[in-house]
Structure formats: C-alpha cells, structure tokens
Design a binder for this molecule. Structure first.
Ligand code: NAP
Length: 437
C-alpha cells in the first residue's frame, strides 16, 4: 500500500505514561506506519519543566501546550491528567477538527458531554481506552463489540492500589494502615493516596463504564463512593470465615422494575464500595495491582477482562491502540464511534439501590437474642438469607447475611440492631456481591 502523508501528533504531558508513548512511537515507527498506512510524526511535546526531560529530543519540548494544540496537527494525545488545563486544551483541539486520544479518567467522568459535543461539531474522534483499566481492552469492547447486545451489569476491580492493599490484608491479616504503609514503601500507593483509597479514582472509572454500558450520561457525582480506609482486619477475618474475600468494587447495573400493571421501568445504578465476594468468584482471584472487569450481557452472557490496570508501558499500549485507530480513520476518511447517550436512563441513588449486607455482631449469650435481632430485620422488611450464631463464655457472635433489600432499609436495620441492649458491638458491616440475590 502506498504511504499516505504523515499523521501529525501533538503530545501533551511526558510523565509516567507520556515517556512510554514516546518510546513506543520511536521503537515501533515502522510497524505503526504499516498498520496505519501513513507514518506518525510527533511534532511537539508539552510539559511544565523541559529541563527535566533529557530522555526526549529537546527540540520537541515546549511549555506552551495551547500553541502546540493550535499548530498544524491531526491528532492530540493528552496525558497531563486533571481537569484544567486538559479540558480547555482538548475542547480547543476537538472544535478545530483535531482528533483526541486521552487517558484522563477524571476529565472524562466529569466533562464527557461537552467533549463529545465539541468532537461532533467538527467531526473529530475522541478515544479514551486508557482511562479505565490501563492496558486492558475494555472500553472498545463496550463501545463497539457489544454494541449489538444489552449489557445488564459491569462489576470490576479498577484500582490497583486498593486491590494491592486489600489482597495484602487478606494474605497477612494485617491492619489497613500497616498494609497501606507497605504499599507506599513498595511504590504501589502515591504519597497522597486519597484519590485511590477514598474511591475517587474508581468512581471516575465507574462513571465512564456506566455511560458506555447503558448509553446514558453518568458523571462521577452520580456514583455512590465509599473507600477502603474503614475496612478492618476483623472485616477481612469475618469474610474469610464465610469463604469470602473483600474487594473494592465498581458496580454499574441496569435496574429493571416491574410494576403491578406489568409496565417496566429501567434505571441505572453506579457505586464504588468495599464488598465481600465468594472466594470462588472470578474477581476473588485478582490480586495485587491487577485489574479485572466482569461484564454480563443478555446474549453474550458473562465475560471477564483481566490485565495490568496501570503503569507507564501498559497504559501507553492502550493509548497507542487508540492512536492507531484514530490515525487509520484519518487515512481512510472515516470516523470512530460517537457518544451514545440516547437511552438517557435515570440514575438511582444508593438508598434506592438493592444490595445485600453481611453483618457481624457481638451479642449477649442468652436466650431470645436472635429473636430480638430478627424482629428488627422483619420490621424493616429485610429478609435474612443465613445466620450463624457462636457462643463463647460470656458473650456470643451472630453473623447475618441478608437477601437483597434497598440500601436505605439495610442501613436503618443495622442502626437499630446496633442500639439493642443485647448487642454489645457491631463488629463488621459489609455489602455482599457476586452470588445469587
Ligand atoms: N500512571 C498510570 O499508571 C496511569 C494509568 C492510567 C491512566 N493514567 C492517566 O494518564 C494521565 C497521565 O498520568 P501520568 O502518571 O503519566 O502523570 P505524570 O507522570 O504526573 O505526568 C504528567 C505530565 O504532564 C505534564 N504537565 C502537567 N501539567 C502540565 C501543563 N499545565 N502543561 C503541560 N504539561 C503539563 C507534566 O510535565 P512535567 O513532567 O514537566 O512536570 C508531566 O510530564 C492521567 O490522566 C492519568 O490519570 C495514568
């Protein structure tokens, strides 16, 4: 095939991911040209501090990202991160007809609507595979391969730092703070781990996944978020005792309700929180910094996507895949998938979302305790799936797993049970996922 004219690329950011993008563009230049049908020409790299970037050609570096975006380029690759200036730079690029590839989950989770509108205004492409689950091909399958199916649920481990910590707590029985310290020492947690351990990163990813899976705009603010800092060694031990393990899950689901007259209403729920899953569940075996996402669709059934969710090279692989797709579109004159938000389903609050709880209580060891506790569950219309009671010398433990009920009903049940005189302590409360409701 004769080679087309070069695809001119501007790179914004040259940190962990950007450096690997430059390396892959250089190392694989010949193959990329053959795959695209035209060579890729890197025309400039925007950074803050050019002096610290000895690894890339000095003549490509600039601190003026806006001018680089405004220059004669076909494609802008953004790996700066954060909302501004990335948002303004990408809106400018898209409005002027330049296609965009970005790894920026925070930006996509808050501003995908206006970014897609800007892309539509000029017919440019917007690709963002690297924004969720690093190297794992996941967004393209949701946007394209499964476009003919009806996705009902997406449940995944999408944050490596929290998975490293929870896997460590499960393996050693150590506390959250000890394991976080270990993760920081080994480079698996940032100096300020808030975005990871408080679930912000996973919530951004859940918003992106829910938007694609359910053809509905879902933002990070729509996602219920709980982090892992309250997960205790006793929660982990309780999970182990029940043949379960604790994971921080991003869960996006389509909730279908059938009214008495047979009419159905659909809504979307997106949440991030720690949950107990059976040790036999495919997500239970995902340890350390790996990511995995479990997708359920009507026709396709169950699928799991697994691999490296972060790191310079794995993330750059996903960015390069997008770059090749966008460049090919340029060469042949086509366009990739646009935003698909036609369904516009309402987003449910966590209070209305059906979940299941595991509750572990320290109770007085006397007759009638179980009856008193069970009465509170009945009063809130929460049905109990399993109970285990173990007596000790002067007190006993009671472990209850519920059937699905609204999260609000479950929370008020736990509050009231905790106030019963026969209950000495609520040892552990955690949602349960990954098994029949
Ligand atoms: N790291 C991962 O494993 C990973 C995985 C998936 C997705 N991502 C996403 O990829 C993006 C980049 O992550 P990263 O880890 O590569 O970040 P990083 O190492 O902090 O690099 C950020 C780069 O952006 C440059 N930069 C910052 N502000 C700028 C500005 N105003 N103008 C021009 N350049 C600016 C920095 O320049 P200086 O170097 O001169 O300071 C640096 O080169 C983020 O959106 C992140 O969420 C990262």
């Amino acid at each position: 095939m004769p080679e087309g004219k070069p695809i001119r690329v501007a790179l914004l950011g040259c940190g962990t991911v950007g450096t690997e993008i430059v390396r892959l563009l250089t190392d694989q230049a010949v193959d990329l040209t053959a795959r695209i049908g035209a060579p890729v020409e890197l025309t400039g790299i925007a950074v803050r501090k050019p002096n610290k970037h000895r690894e890339v050609p000095a003549h490509l570096l600039t601190t003026d990202a806006a001018a680089l975006v405004a220059s004669d380029v076909d494609l802008v690759v953004e790996v700066i991160g954060g909302i501004e200036p990335a948002r303004t730079l990408l809106l400018d690029a898209l409005r002027s007809g330049k296609s965009v590839v970005t790894a920026n989950k925070a930006l996509l989770a808050e501003h995908s609507g206006e970014l897609f509108e800007a892309a539509d205004s000029s017919g440019a492409d917007l690709y963002f595979e690297a924004a969720v689950a690093g190297a794992i091909p996941l967004l393209r399958p949701l946007r394209e391969s499964l476009a003919g199916d009806r996705i009902t649920r997406v449940m995944g481990i999408v944050n490596g730092t929290t998975n490293f910590i929870l896997s460590g707590m499960d393996a050693t029985g150590a506390s959250y703070s000890e394991t976080l310290e270990e993760a920081s020492r080994l480079g698996y947690a940032e100096a300020d781990p808030t975005a990871d351990v408080d679930g912000f990163d996973a919530a951004s990813k859940a918003a992106i996944l829910a938007s694609l899976a359910f053809h509905t705009r879902v933002t990070a603010a729509d996602v219920h978020r709980e982090g892992i800092s309250a997960v205790s060694a006793s929660d982990i031990a309780a999970a182990k005792g029940l043949g379960r393990t604790v994971k921080l899950l991003a869960i996006c689901e389509r909730v279908t309700e059938v009214a008495e007259d047979g009419t159905t209403t659909e809504s979307v729920a997106a949440r991030v929180h720690p949950a107990m899953i059976p040790r036999g569940h495919p997500l239970a075996g995902v340890n350390g910094a790996f990511n995995a996402v479990f997708v359920e669709a009507d026709a396709a059934g169950e699928m799991m996507f697994y691999g490296q969710g972060a790191g310079g090279a794995p993330t750059a692989s996903a960015v390069l895949g997008d770059l090749v797709a966008v460049a090919r579109n340029r060469v042949v004159g086509g366009r990739g998938p646009r935003e698909s938000a036609y369904a516009g389903l309402p987003v449910r609050s966590i209070g209305q979302t059906p979940t299941r709880y595991h509750i572990s209580l320290d109770v007085a060891d006397r007759a009638g305790v179980l009856a008193q506790v069970a009465a509170v569950f009945a009063e809130h219309d929460v049905s109990i799936a399993a109970v285990r009671q173990e007596g000790r010398v002067d007190d006993a433990s009671l472990v209850i797993v519920t059937h699905a009920a609204s999260d609000a009903a479950l929370r008020s049940t736990v509050d009231k049970v905790g106030g019963l005189p026969v209950v000495r302590d609520v040892v552990s409360v955690m949602r349960v996922e990954g098994e029949e409701q």
